[in-house]
Design a protein around this ligand. Structure first.
Ligand SMILES: [Zn+2]
Ligand SMILES: [Zn+2]
Length: 156
């Protein structure tokens, strides 16, 4: 991962607390637990199911719906990206810092997800938009295919 310095956890927590206050939501212990688990989750692009399964072991009282809603909330307040890689399951990943953007290569063989950030692609996209007098708010680029391990497996 070559992305620059990550947002410290305390700042994320502050942003979340502010958002909760603004939306007049109640702070809950469960949300804090989910917060800690999500932002410390080793793999990225976690599904609700995966995070729920992990949380359930230590916190049997946490329900699936709570995990689902909390991840949506993280997304709403700009702390998480929601991704959909064509398998019908929403995945979430922490936003590493404000304004962060990266794209993905998705292996349809083993499900591996590789992240990349390519300045030239970004510049080129802006050029295309400009040429069409188009204001871009967001974009996503997902390349589907086979990773190196899966390509090797297929050759045999
Ligand atoms: Zn693969
Ligand atoms: Zn990603």
């Amino acid at each position: 991962m070559l992305l620059s310095k990550a947002t410290p956890k305390s700042e994320r927590k502050k942003a979340l607390d502010e958002y909760i206050l603004k939306k007049r939501l109640k702070s809950t212990k469960q949300r804090d637990i989910i917060f800690d688990e999500f932002f410390n989750y080793p793999g990225q692009h976690v599904t609700v199911e995966e995070l729920y399964e992990k949380l359930k072991k230590q916190n049997p009282k946490i329900g699936y719906a709570t995990v689902y809603r909390t991840l949506k909330l993280f997304k709403e307040c700009g702390l998480a990206f929601e991704r959909n890689f064509g398998d019908g399951r929403a995945r979430y990943e922490p936003v590493k810092f404000e304004g962060e953007h990266h794209d993905h290569l998705i292996c349809i063989g083993c499900g591996r997800i590789i992240e990349f950030a390519n300045l030239r692609i970004e510049q080129y996209s802006r050029g295309v938009a400009k040429l069409n007098d188009f204001e871009v708010l967001n974009h996503k680029l997902e390349l589907y295919g086979y990773c190196s391990s899966c390509t090797r497996g297929r050759d045999k």
